[in-house]
Design a protein around this ligand. Structure first.
Ligand code: CO
Length: 134
């Protein structure tokens, strides 16, 4: 059911420094920062030939990333995102299999303008998984 790896998100305490490392040291194609108030994050997109890395930093006081960075002050892998063809069908199938969908269970528009959902890490080997309708 899941398709391509859309991106890996890395939470970073210093977005400018992280973007610089990817641009200058790793020689990657790095975007300008983009604020996404709905998700409480600022994102920098790193485009790789076969996928994307998203450097994410908290935006606002209620950011869901604040707790993660408190526990991981130097940053760390926050989630992986898999593409699905039909996000509602995927959600219903996974819920039926006993996986927990975070929030109210309804897809929200993600960083790429497409509907996304997050699945509880305890149900997926300790990994926060985002699904994005491709
Ligand atoms: Co994501």
């Amino acid at each position: 059911m899941i398709g391509r790896l859309n991106h890996v998100a890395i939470a970073v305490p210093d977005l400018e420094a992280a973007a610089g490392t990817y641009r200058e040291t790793l020689g990657a194609d790095v975007s300008a920062p983009l604020d996404i108030p709905l998700h409480g994050v600022t994102v920098v997109f790193v485009s790789l030939p076969n996928t994307k890395i998203e450097l994410v930093h908290p935006l606002g006081d209620a950011s869901p990333l604040a707790g993660f960075l408190a526990k991981n002050p130097t940053g760390g892998i926050h989630h992986v995102c898999y593409e699905v063809e039909d996000i509602l069908a995927a959600r219903d199938r996974l819920k039926q299999a006993g996986l927990r969908v975070l929030g109210d269970g309804e897809p929200r528009i993600g960083a790429h303008g497409k509907p996304v959902l997050f699945l509880h890490p305890k149900d997926l080997q300790g990994t926060l998984v985002e699904l994005e309708e491709a």
